[in-house]
Design a protein around this ligand. Sequence first.
Ligand SMILES: C[S@@+](CC[C@H](N)C(=O)[O-])C[C@H]1O[C@@H](n2cnc3c(N)ncnc32)[C@H](O)[C@@H]1O
Length: 223
Amino acid sequence: MLNRQTKALYFALTGPFMRLNGFLFRHFRAPRKPGVKVHLGPGRKHYLQGWINVDANMFSGICDVWADLRNPLPFPDATVEAMYSHHVIEHLPDLETHFLEAFRCLKPGGIYRVGGPNGDSAIRKFVDQDLEWFSDFPIKRASIGGRFENFIFCRQEHLTILTQSFLEELMLQAGFRNIRRCLPTKESRAPEIFGDCMKKEDETDFSFPHTLILEGEKPGSPR
Ligand SMILES: C[S@@+](CC[C@H](N)C(=O)[O-])C[C@H]1O[C@@H](n2cnc3c(N)ncnc32)[C@H](O)[C@@H]1O
């Protein structure tokens, strides 16, 4: 994992390339055929076959399009049937803009499945003093407070805390409707689309999931 300074330097150096590459892809290469599925931030292990995988980290990412998700997403308006991101948006500085961009790219009837560290579960488990619920990643911490800090801020890699009501508010504000919370690995309103994504999600606690996942739909005629 890159530390914050290295990451800032990396993004500063690659910024112009990422912006240009995203722009060129959006305007000249992005498919406009039916059934386009987009996976944001696959990292090394979560590459999805049959999806357009987008990432910015050339050291740890394996993807189809190099683009910085802080820029406009590299897809034309209303061309994407399904979008997926898992433990990515908490790294982004402007979630209002992110959800507006996801909404812009989706076709009417398209769905965004989005997940990240579950702030609601973490707060409950912190209050319950459940040390075992938390891991000692990325920094070895023995205390509940230290582990809570690890989970929420992840060595300052995470810029926000994701709770269900906050994500719902952001998604509603961007125009999404029929927003539902889904259990990681188990639930989706469209398992025929998100089945492969769900297989890569890992969860050990289905009462207090570590990952908060919501799916929201862009209103309009069906996909
Ligand atoms: C914690 S990893 C999650 C990887 C994978 N989705 C998973 O669930 O294991 C975060 C991923 O988001 C990517 N990411 C973070 N900020 C990004 C940005 N501004 N632009 C593009 N990708 C970004 C990172 O490169 C990394 O691959």
